[in-house]
Design a protein around this ligand. Sequence first.
Ligand code: PLP
Length: 234
Amino acid sequence: MIKDNVAHVRAEIEKSCQKSGRPVEDVTLIAVSKTKPVPMLLECYDTGVRDFGENKVQELVDKYDQLPGDVRWHLIGHLQTNKVKYIIDKVYMIHSVDSLHLAEEISRQAVKHNVTVQILVEVNIAEEDSKFGISAAQAPELVEMISRLPGICVKGLMTVAPYVDDPEKNRQHFVNLHQLYVDIKEKNIDNMNMDKLSMGMTGDYCVAIEEGATYVRVGTGIFGERDYANGSHH
Ligand SMILES: *Cc1c(COP(=O)(O)O)cnc(C)c1O
């Protein structure tokens, strides 16, 4: 079942790339495995997926030890500063950096562990009250400030678009985030090497790819619906 789902998602990614004239290697699929048990992740791993996304620090740390060492772990959920230390040497990329305060703690821990951490700046592109992320207007300055910190490399931008029934409703948000990404890239900030744009989830990743996504984060489309009945809401 997971095998079929991954094959389906990969075929859709390929179609969207063709439609928009992009090479398929431009887009990396991140399997969002939050709340899902390790055997399901291993099944997904066996189809060739190496990028996994988790929302919670504790869950990422638990699964880290149970999956092969070549998995690239992406932290995609809100990150509290006091938890940075637990993932600093485990995470491949942090997608959810939305304050200088958080970036400073990541930098401090990265220097301490002698690593460089790749991060994305999370932008609340649709300006929803309920969402994390900084506004588009504040993003360029934040990217510039974070780029000065040691132990951090700003690789791009990320957004969690609104939950919609029709993915076309998010197209303009993806266009806007892509434009912001291009604008910031053109500033040629020192120590910044932006080439990643993380946008699109199960409901809208095809549209996101058409508008320039390089990472798509797909959970439900690979692992099925999540069961939050045990009370652990994300
Ligand atoms: C849960 C989650 C996803 C995946 O959502 P699906 O709709 O299940 O594909 C992607 N990104 C973030 C930040 C998430 O929290």
